[in-house]
Design a protein around this ligand. Structure first.
Ligand code: ATP
Ligand code: MG
Length: 337
């Protein structure tokens, strides 16, 4: 097997129809950064391939094991966000990781052939470990990439949509697959990184928008909540009067205008030249964001718990159909049949 990376969505072969696996941890509601950086692209990908859209509730445990209530609640909310944003349950498979036990079983098998050194070198592990006391680093946090390998390999996908921060994890998934194939026989075909044109969306404080930073505008937020957040968002600190020049590259409100306003170029020029005040930009920004998310938020409100639970049940059945076949092949290759 060879490493293959850098494919983009336009190169997905249509015959036979390919599978794509994507997932999001259920640690809270999804925000505009999750939408811009991942979901927006997934919605496009489902036109070209069979999308398996996983709510990674087991992965949520790696950092939130003390709060199972929150994970459980978040799982349904993330699924609701998926559908509201345009993942179509009639076309794509939306499921919870914990509903498909094959993920845990394949993870166990793969863990036996994964060297510890591979896992200890992962940058996100090193970062998270540094935040914890030495004797409180969970085994599951270290093993995250093994579970992720199982998540992917079970579906034998053509590819996986990735953000830059996830690239090292996916390399480990490939290494594990290669090792398995070498040891026991070819069970897992190569898969590609599907790289979209996603940019990192800043939060209202101009750091990366992230649940952990409390700087998010959520998809579920009301128009009033959105307005309040934009009103207190970070702008050019030296722009006090309307006529002071702004620096749109460093202003959260201007960054949102670039994504959501068709007139952003003239808005940016006026900001730069001191021809508009931050208040005007904020008002226009609120309008643009709320307009973009209005249909999404309306759809979100219509999705009741019963609909979501039913969808997840059906999704798990469809996912298990594929996953159980792969797991059976893997176990047979390992002489467990
Ligand atoms: P946490 O704070 O727990 O890390 P998060 O809010 O950063 O949560 P993740 O679960 O890390 O969200 O990310 C889920 C997906 O959304 C990933 O594909 C990631 O690349 C993407 N993503 C997250 N934040 C942003 C952002 N600000 N801009 C673009 N993409 C983002
Ligand atoms: Mg993150």
């Amino acid at each position: 097997m060879t490493t293959s990376q850098g494919s983009n969505s336009h190169q997905i072969p249509s015959n036979p129809r390919q599978k794509i696996l994507s997932g999001m941890r259920s640690t809270g509601f999804l925000h505009l950064g999750n939408y811009e950086g991942a979901l927006r692209n997934w919605v496009k990908l489902q036109e070209q391939a069979d999308l398996f859209c996983m709510v990674a509730d087991y992965h949520a445990l790696t950092t939130h094991f003390e709060d199972p209530e929150q994970i459980s609640r978040s799982s349904r909310e993330v699924a609701r966000d998926f559908v509201a944003c345009g993942i179509d349950p009639a076309r794509s498979v939306i499921f919870l990781q914990s509903h498909v036990p094959q993920h845990a079983e394949l993870c166990l098998l793969l863990s036996m052939i994964t060297p510890l050194g591979w896992l200890e070198r992962v940058p996100t592990f090193k970062e998270k470990k540094a935040d914890l006391a030495a004797d409180s680093v969970p085994f599951g946090l270290l093993g995250y990439p093994v579970l992720q390998a199982a998540d992917i390999l079970l579906y034998r996908p053509f590819g996986v949509p990735v953000g830059k921060d996830q690239a090292p994890h996916l390399e480990i998934s490939r290494e594990i697959a290669r090792r398995f194939n070498r040891l026991y026989g070819e069970v897992f075909p190569e898969f590609k990184n599907i790289i979209g044109d996603e940019a990192v969306l800043p939060g209202t404080d101009m750091r990366k928008m992230s649940k952990s930073y409390d700087n998010c505008i959520y998809i579920k937020d009301s128009e009033d909540e959105t307005a309040a957040k934009i009103m207190s968002a970070y702008t050019t600190p030296s722009k006090i009067k309307k006529t002071d020049p702004g620096i749109p590259e460093g202003c959260a409100v201007c960054q949102y205008l670039r994504v959501y306003s068709p007139n952003w170029e003239s808005q940016w020029n006026e900001d730069r030249e001191g021809l508009r005040g931050c208040m005007q930009s904020k008002k226009e920004c609120i309008e643009s964001i709320n307009e973009y998310y209005r249909p999404i938020r309306e759809r979100r409100k219509e999705l009741d718990d019963h609909t979501i639970n039913l969808m997840l049940k059906e999704g798990a059945e469809k996912a298990a159909e594929v996953a159980s076949k792969t797991l059976a092949d893997a176990k047979a290759a390992m002489r467990f049949a």
